[in-house]
Design a protein around this ligand. Sequence first.
Ligand SMILES: *[C@@H]1O[C@H](CO)[C@@H](O)[C@H](O)[C@H]1NC(C)=O
Ligand SMILES: *[C@@H]1O[C@H](CO)[C@@H](O)[C@H](O)[C@H]1NC(C)=O
Ligand SMILES: *[C@@H]1O[C@H](CO)[C@@H](O)[C@H](O)[C@H]1NC(C)=O
Ligand SMILES: *[C@@H]1O[C@H](CO)[C@@H](O)[C@H](O)[C@H]1NC(C)=O
Length: 611
Amino acid sequence: MCWRSVLCGGVFVIAGKRGQKDDWDIYSFHINSTVTSRYATTVITSRVANRMNESKEIEFHVRIPKNAFISKFRMFIDGQVYDGVVKAKEQAQQQYTEAVSRGESAGLVSSVGRTLEEFKTSVTVAAHKKVTFELTYEELMKRTHGKYELQIHARPMQPVSDFKVDVHIHEEAGISFINVKGDLSTKALANAWVYFYPTVNQQKMCDSCSDQGMNGDLVIVYDVNRDNGLGHIKKSDGYFVHHFAPSDLPRVPKNVVFVIDQSGSMRGRKILQTRTALFHILNDLAEDDYFGLITFDGNIFHWKRELVQANSKNLESAKNFASNIQARGSTDINQALLQGARMLNDHRREGSASILILLTDGDPTSGVTNLENIQSNVRQAIAGKFPLYCLGFGFDVNFNFLEKMSLQNNGVARRIYEDSDADLQLKGFYEEVATPLLTDVTMIYVGGTNLTQTNFSQYYNGSEIVVAGEITDNNIETFTPQVVGISVRMDSQYSSRVWAYLTVKQLLDKELQLSGPEKEKVKKEALELSLKYSFVTPLTSMVVTKPPGENTDVLHKPKEGKTPQRWQPPVDQSFSRQYLAPSIHLSGSPIGEYHKHKKTEINEMLHNLYF
Ligand SMILES: *[C@@H]1O[C@H](CO)[C@@H](O)[C@H](O)[C@H]1NC(C)=O
Ligand SMILES: *[C@@H]1O[C@H](CO)[C@@H](O)[C@H](O)[C@H]1NC(C)=O
Ligand SMILES: *[C@@H]1O[C@H](CO)[C@@H](O)[C@H](O)[C@H]1NC(C)=O
Ligand SMILES: *[C@@H]1O[C@H](CO)[C@@H](O)[C@H](O)[C@H]1NC(C)=O
């Protein structure tokens, strides 16, 4: 089971001395994930018995995806239920501080890995008593590279006699393919049930698992069927969710400028990986793309001062330039980005999509170094005309700065983890934006209100635009996107929770860009929604209630900060993932009938909306 034994060795650093077999016993561990139209609700239920004749502190310790919001946590002890309560962060903090001042050593929880966060709490259980922990988290899966990926991390920390992972996927449009680390695939089925019930012996099969039992990821990759129209609109309970991901549009030629940090800190493996990634990326450019290459330290180096066409002669010359990138000197991010923006601004082309990509591993140290001044300069130079993507290499970057700057310019920031696969991470990111299909996308909903983001500067093949909102007065008659067949067989909470999830995520992005009273207003909105829907977000915390006299735990959502709070071996990285091999069961009838709507009408609408 441990097919990368090199990496499995370093995995069990956290177990400590607790959880021995003669101590307490996890006799049942269930993970139950239900995915309805890409919205995943996962419940982890762990049942533990204290086999000792004295009371024991029993720990619950799991990992969940970074993108998820915890929405519920409860403990059942001796017929009593203890429900975690989501509160505004300050309020929770106060409760926590009070606990500390009473001499209770309340411990903060959570830490950050590459894709996972840690949830940890403990409770004292009397001799020969049992406790059940139940954690619920929710996540809207994001489509990248043409697929959705559901990651479930299974690591109960000891072999468990009743160990079950169940994943139920319901996609009304039909699943176009599903892949569970194997080669299973199918067409046009609405439901999939993936299950994994290993015996205790199977849980010990991994070389290094031994007494610690299972440790691995169940990774389910799938996509859904799509027609060529406006996509799917699901309505329920006065809310709607619109998934829009056409793939048969022609690609829009792009103009892309890579701005690459070659300051001294990039020396060694980072610069090698950057070169490798650049080679691949240059190879992938299409002949009608235009591109530019800038490297910078304290100075700016243009490969060419203007954008040039990606023909074979230019590509050869660019590769030659890339292979000679040397790391030295300081970091002038401001000047480098302004030059990149200038190149794109000088090269306006009808019907093309411009993209600016910055790769850096450190803070600005020369030229303009005041972060706000840089942000304002860059914003002015770009003026909303194209997106800026910032790739922060390693943990010496001020990621907040990069994130804010990207968001201010319609892009996103991404962390590149300093590891042997960094070149693949860079290439992977580039591939996400490599094929623009639409630019300046505006989604319009007559009869819809409280909409999540409706303007998108570019839409890339393999991704997806998701908009949710309320239907005005719950009046389906006046809600016009007259599209696709909608099934009413769905969880009535679905749409409103997706709406809340998206709204909170987007308000948090907005909050990051604002300052002063506007920031406070947006923050307040995000806080209210987080509280209403009981999401543990960066603005809220969950106070874990426990039996009287016990420490209070306060759970925070960790931030993608400058340095990880507690850096751990890269157990959750894609290249080191240890996959679990479950069984899969597909059901449901082919859904050929689902999208039989007037195709021309839809195409017309699409045309009117987007061109
Ligand atoms: C999993 O969750 C779904 C939805 O809440 C529920 O219907 C189902 O019974 C659960 N399955 C198990 C095995 O607990
Ligand atoms: C617990 O059991 C051990 C032996 O199994 C015994 O020595 C000890 O006295 C017991 N303690 C209590 C509190 O009953
Ligand atoms: C977009 O992706 C789909 C599926 O991966 C592919 O069939 C199609 O050719 C791509 N479109 C373009 C313009 O590359
Ligand atoms: C939704 O919009 C209506 C008006 O269109 C407004 O009265 C209401 O407060 C909004 N709800 C939320 C949660 O923002």
